[in-house]
Ligand binder design. Sequence first.
Ligand code: AMP
Ligand code: FE
Ligand code: FE
Ligand code: ZN
Length: 294
Amino acid sequence: MKFADLHLHTHFSDGTFSPEELTGHGQRLGFAALALTDHDSVEGCAPMATACNAAGIEFITGTELTAEHNGTELHLLGYFVDTHNEKLLADIARFQAVRQDRIREMVARLNALGVPLEVEMVFALANCKSPGRPHVARALVKAGLCKSLDEAFERYLKKNRPAWVPKARMSALEGVELIHQAGGLAVMAHPGLNRTDDVIPVLVEAGLDGIECFHTKHSTAMSAHYLEIADHYHLLVTGGSDCHGFSKGKPLIGTVKLPYERVEKLKSRAENRGANTGSAATPALDARRSTFGT
Ligand code: AMP
Ligand code: FE
Ligand code: FE
Ligand code: ZN
């Protein structure tokens, strides 16, 4: 059996592994295909593609966009996106600027609470364009201001805790459109975590392609529930570990193994849209090449 993990993070967002380290774990675990889905970033895709190529693993480009619908936060996975797409890159640059401003504001709130964390330390530790709360948590631990990441989230960073700052988010409908215009497939991430069932029909109407049924934090019952929903709306089914590095001494990659047939279904949908999935060029792809001269 061939397996894939289609939800992974590196240090280009809030993961701790480099693309090379992550690929090494994927190779050790025998994965046939991996997708990189850093938050509001596609920067790690090029080095990850190189590493996967050297390891004999099929690589799928991706990103995880933070979005909302009627005040409910949800994450949208974009697969097979063209990582050179100008609009995607311009919008991602805006989301990253919002993330950086939010870090400054969270640190200002911590300082106002008497927690002497320096913003430069958070940015130095994050060392990426797409920083998030995990970087603030790691900086708090590193500076000796919290004992653990859990304590940092529980005391300060979780929703409605004193240093939490809501994140300005794009609308989910725009997110689906942004992924599509970059040649990608739009997939709702971990619906069981964000409790976004009500939004599914709205996004289906907007062209949602798939739903992440298998995720580390989905129970078996949740996965079964979302498989039924996928069936009902004719959505593609994806899955991944959402590995951010080591968790309780082990990397999360390996906890979710998506059968490769699911990847084949994703690829054929993407190829019908004209995306370059690395398989033999399709007529649609050839047409796009001649149109844009690439
Ligand atoms: P942000 O995008 O800045 O809002 O941060 C969200 C990220 O923080 C998620 O992708 C997780 O990686 C992490 N996260 C969220 N809640 C917690 C928590 N309670 N404990 C540890 N990590 C968390
Ligand atoms: Fe994350
Ligand atoms: Fe997510
Ligand atoms: Zn994720």
